[in-house]
Design a binder for this molecule. Structure first.
Ligand code: FES
Ligand code: FES
Length: 214
């Protein structure tokens, strides 16, 4: 029969099995392998980051751009962030194209790109690879002014002259588009070109006159 002493006594805890030499080596090897894997996980991203250029490095890598400017072929290595306006003025020294607002609001920087008028401050030069660019410097033939340049003088379409290159290039685009059939039409289609001197009557008259002669 079982006594009270025998019921209240708990069994003795099991003794841990002694670890064999082979088990001890396996567990140590496993720990080292795990540690090695963890280190390589930490190291791997920075190694791959070093291999590929950062977004800033990619953005500043020089871009090869071919432009034909006023009939002359140019091969340029440019910062891809440069606007067409800055390339014309600062790289090619064609300062006839003016920088007014530098944000597309005044039209002073207007040039023709493949025959279409474009505000050159809002387009990257690198995006115009292979394009034909016409600026105010390309209009006159030696001493002979373009008919629209002559008309601006004849109708006094300028005062200080700062906006004039952009007005003339935009006027050429306006005529080529067929938007110079009346003074009202010219006013509407030239509304992106601001003249702070208010020479608008002369500008409109000059474009209307040149449109009839071109
Ligand atoms: S400078 Fe380009 S629109 Fe004003
Ligand atoms: S002539 Fe002066 S801004 Fe137009």
């Amino acid at each position: 029969m079982t006594t009270i002493d025998e019921l209240s006594s708990s069994p003795a805890p099991a003794e841990p099995m002694p670890e064999t030499d082979a088990q001890a080596q396996l567990s140590r090897r496993g720990v080292l392998q795990l540690a090695g894997a963890a280190v390589s996980l930490v190291v791997a991203p920075s190694a791959s980051a070093q291999a590929s250029p950062s977004p800033t490095e990619r953005a500043t890598k020089a871009a090869r751009v071919r432009l034909t400017v006023n009939g002359e072929a140019r091969q340029l290595e440019l910062d891809p962030r440069q606007s067409l306006l800055d390339v014309l003025r600062e790289t090619l020294d064609l300062t006839g194209t003016k920088k007014g607002c530098n944000q597309g609001a005044c039209g002073a920087c207007t040039v023709l790109v493949n025959g279409k008028r474009v505000v050159s401050c809002l387009t990257l030069a690198a995006m115009n690879d292979g394009a034909e660019i016409e600026t105010i410097e390309g209009l006159a033939q030696g001493d002979e002014l373009h008919p629209l340049q002559e008309a601006f003088i004849e109708y006094e379409g300028l005062q200080c002259g700062f906006c004039t290159p952009g007005q003339i290039m935009s006027g050429l685009g306006c005529i080529a588009e067929g938007h110079a059939q009346s003074p009202e039409e010219i006013q509407f289609w030239m509304s992106g070109n601001i003249c702070r001197c208010g020479a608008y009557p002369g500008i409109v008259a000059a474009i209307a006159d040149a449109a009839g002669r071109m």
